[in-house]
Ligand binder design. Structure first.
Ligand code: ZN
Length: 252
């Protein structure tokens, strides 16, 4: 596993024509957002909670939906703020060295940090919006949470009466084809591909570095734990993201 110092990485970023960044749960843990699948993850410790995020259970069981809405009401996501690593990526964009940002996170913290929305692809959707599973209506999460707070424990679509769900991709739910296409295009265009805070085991995210490598990109993996791509990466960084990313971006 080759390692490179931050000066070398900064040089790669400076010289790149197209930098694509992929982020996962690891970039948001400093903001207090739990990692759902990691060793201390919410679903790892409480597999029952995973049911609320599984489409089949959610659609068929009103009790699961009631529990999901209560979880959303009490979710720490609404008060979470971007951390130094999110902010470093905004600085990288302002320096003209970040062209596409694909994220597996649904917390919206890249947007909150000030990343240009048109550069961000949220392949697993986001929690800021609610969608109707029947007619496709979308609206702000805030408004629907107000309905739950006012006593509707399983709010339905005003237009068609359909089931409402956060606009995230649940287990068993198809990805949005346009988001998938944009993320693959972003990977193919990259000559430097930086994977940050993701274990690179969940598809389609895990397929993106493959696409980048096939198209001749340099691959940088920044993650606390090992990933399957470490042996073929051009550089692997294990140090905490909240310190390393700002230090790296300052050198670019
Ligand atoms: Zn509807």
């Amino acid at each position: 596993m080759p390692s490179a110092d931050l000066d070398t990485l900064a040089g790669w970023l400076r010289d790149a024509r197209h930098v694509t960044v992929l982020t996962g749960a690891g970039i948001s843990t400093d903001s207090g957002i739990p990692d759902f699948r990691g060793p201390n993850g919410v679903w790892t410790k409480n597999p029952d909670a995973e049911k609320t995020a599984t489409l089949e259970y959610y659609m068929s069981d009103p009790e699961i939906r009631r529990r999901a809405w209560q979880n959303r009401l009490s979710s720490g996501m609404w008060s979470a703020a971007p951390n130094a690593a999110h902010e470093a990526l905004v600085t990288l964009e302002r320096k003209g060295r970040l062209h596409d940002l694909v994220t597996q996170n649904v917390d919206g913290l890249h947007h909150a940090a000030g990343q240009s929305p048109e550069r961000v692809v949220e392949i697993h959707g986001n929690v800021r919006e609610v969608k109707c599973m029947t007619c496709g209506w979308r609206g702000p999460m805030h408004d629907t949470l107000e309905r739950v707070r006012a006593g509707e424990d399983d709010p339905k679509c005003f237009d068609c009466g359909g089931v409402l769900k956060s606009a995230t991709i649940s287990f068993g739910e198809n990805l949005v084809p346009d988001d998938l296409r944009r993320s693959q295009l972003a990977a193919a265009r990259a000559d430097v591909f930086v994977s940050i805070g993701t274990s690179l085991v969940v598809y389609p995210a895990a397929g993106l570095p493959e696409i980048a490598l096939r198209n001749g990109a340099r691959l940088v993996v920044m993650n606390a734990e090992e990933t399957p791509f470490d042996p073929i990466a051009d550089a692997v960084v294990r140090e905490p993201l909240g310190e390393t990313l700002p230090a790296l971006v300052a050198l670019v």
